[in-house]
Write a protein that binds this ligand. Sequence first.
Ligand code: MG
Length: 391
Amino acid sequence: MAGVVAAVVVAAGRGFRAGGELPKQYRTLGGIPVIRQSLAKFVDHAEVGLVQPVIHRDDAELCASASAGMRILAPVFGGKTRQESVHAGLEALAPYQPSIVLVHDAARPFASADLVSRAIAAAAKDGAAIPGLAVTDTVKTVDAQGRVAETLDRARLRTIQTPQAFNFAALLAAHRKAGAAGRDDFTDDAALTEWAGMAVSVFEGEAGNIKLTTADDFVRAEAKDLAALGDVRIGTGYDVHVFGDGDHVTLGGVRIPFERGLSGHSDADVALHALVDAILGALADGDIGSHFPPSDPQWRGASSDRFLAFAVERVRARGGRIAHLDITIVCEAPRIGPHRDAIRARVAEIAGITADRVGVKATTSEQLGFTGRGEGMVAFATATVRLPWSG
Ligand code: MG
């Protein structure tokens, strides 16, 4: 049985209990939608080949924007209950005949790659396996009057998480059987497979793999995220290019018609060059010239967006995140103001952040100095980068 491992990510609930205007799985944590973080756990996992989101039919646009660029199957719509939603995801996967399927709640964005690996290994061995955590609180049952009926043996209790992992054919058969029996109320897939007569094993879950449910969960998760990326760095960059012949300048990745051009290495995008140095400065990782030597002919005329993409990837490789970018352009002409928002949008796109995290400002030098005489253009930039402390 060498079929692919698939994942069903269940995001069909409305989840307004967490507050806010969006269903909780589409809210952001650290600037990234929760569902994107949950999907990434499987998309980025070497052992998982197919990722099937199950969403609410009102959320198609939300999901498309939250999962832009991800290698996932087209989302399918869920049903009235969680069980029906999982079933819809399984039926969509059936043509691929996966060997193992993981079922995961989109509201658990903190599952680790290790946990996913353990789930796959446990399902391969036992056919049905779920992550569980030992209970630290004492648990009691109560009667209808709220009086204690029984104190349970804590040593035998586990709280259960996702991803839950199953032999695909067995889980699909169990869902079809439950559907045919008119049952639609199983709250997790383990309960359903138990009902269908399968043995379910429990492997070690993760304390950090919480399900975001309440507004307070989001507040705590944000705090944790900020603490994890608590090494806040600010880098500065500066660049100058000389005016020469031409009919446009390229600034912040945007072509601006002008009676002259900027000359120099690459496309002479003085704004992006300053910005790349600001990011590299925040990383204490050399400068643009050390990574892309002007003496190297391959960078002649090169579009500077690749230099920025390179610097952004260096941040990502360190496990970090760009919090903010800010550029100041100094020249008498051309006028930058009309192009400000286009530059912000282009820089945001290259950097993989939202445009509200990109500042672009312009000023003249009151006709003083080389910028005042129109001999060249200057750009200053700062970058605020968050890194993990280990970085
Ligand atoms: Mg330059």
